[in-house]
Design a protein around this ligand. Structure first.
Ligand SMILES: [Zn+2]
Length: 337
């Protein structure tokens, strides 16, 4: 069935099903959640279900009629979408005006209009102002879907007129399944990326390059060495982050991925210390992690996991990355409290 295209997100699916079942579909929804978990895919599937010529069940697209084919191809005349142009950081007000004008016209295929603002994080006051009338009094039957990463990034005028639907991170198995669809063929690689992805397909794909293996070796190999060289590790980590380019979101993704490696390695060391098996562990890793665990003991390992999780939180809060990197590596040099 059609909704199977959208992995996870049982909560948002149930929200819209319940609204349709009760005949109380709203006119404006803010779909909020982390990057790369499938919110835009969800919006497209919802548009398809709302416009399908022959829905096999309520709010379910048939995936076979002309309307479904047009939505899937991005050519449906009644599905309007607005994005922030490449290289820009805000929704241009003239494009917003054109979007609203098209929204106000009678539906071409006789159903309803669905308007998708794909980058609702990028409203400026002017664009929001131009949008306000459409948001307050949408044309009859029209449904507006705004896609955003956080409610804290929305202007109050926009936020107060939308119903908020929250999307969480995907389960690792769902991320792995989407990676398979994206042509990541090696199952072990898929699982590793899925574990490091934090539930975001975008992040998993950003991490799928060879530099990852090298930086992991520098960090995990470096920490478990007899005499860790922290300057060298900080440099390797810093370089890996900077290689993401000027995009700070991509830099944070990379910084956080390295923390993910460290947490993974620490957890594996803890399991080995407790005499448990770690499936799929490389034999070289097993030997050095065991030695690391014996050297530091489980309490210290747990303490380090905690410090890493704190550091990841600081990465998310946009603390300067070089400070986070230094503070994490400093934790590893410190004697246990
Ligand atoms: Zn259909």
């Amino acid at each position: 069935m059609s909704w199977d295209w959208v992995r996870g997100h049982a909560g948002p699916k149930a929200t819209f099903r319940a609204a349709v079942d009760r005949g109380r579909l709203g006119q404006a929804y803010l779909l909020v959640g982390p990057d790369g978990v499938g919110k835009r895919r969800f919006a497209r599937e919802l548009a398809k279900a709302l416009l399908c010529d022959r829905p096999p069940a309520p709010l379910t697209a048939c995936d076979a009629c002309p309307s479904c084919a047009q939505v899937e191809a991005g050519t449906h005349p009644d599905v309007l979408s607005l994005r922030t142009p490449e290289g820009k950081h805000e929704l241009p007000v003239d494009e917003m005006r054109a979007f609203c004008a098209r929204l106000a016209r009678t539906p071409v295929r006789g159903g309803r209009k669905v308007g998708v603002v794909e980058d609702a994080d990028d409203f400026n006051a002017e664009a929001a102002n131009a949008f306000l009338k459409a948001l307050e009094e949408p044309p009859p039957g029209a449904v507006l879907l705004l896609v955003a990463t956080g409610t804290d990034r929305q202007l109050p005028t926009v936020l107060s007129r939308c119903q908020v639907v929250r999307f969480g991170p995907l389960a690792p198995a769902d991320v792995a399944a989407v990676l398979a669809e994206h042509g990541v063929d090696d199952p072990a690689r898929r699982d590793r990326l899925a574990r490091l992805s934090g539930g975001s397909v975008a992040r998993a794909l950003a991490l799928d390059d060879e530099a990852i293996g090298a930086v992991r070796e520098e960090l995990v190999g470096g920490l478990t060495a007899d005499r860790p060289n922290f300057v060298r590790m900080a440099e390797a980590w810093g370089r890996f982050v900077e290689d993401a380019g000027k995009d700070t979101a991509a830099q944070r993704t990379r910084a956080s991925a390295v923390i993910g490696f460290l947490v993974d390695a620490l957890r594996q060391a803890l399991r080995l210390a407790a005499g448990a098996a770690v499936p799929d562990l490389d034999p070289a890793d097993e030997a050095r992690l065991k030695a690391f665990a014996t050297k530091h003991g489980p309490d210290r390992l747990l303490e380090l996991v905690e410090k890493c999780v704190e550091a990841d939180y600081r990465v998310e809060r946009r603390v300067q990355l070089v400070l986070v990197i230094e503070s994490v590596l400093e934790q590893f040099t410190r004697k246990s409290a």
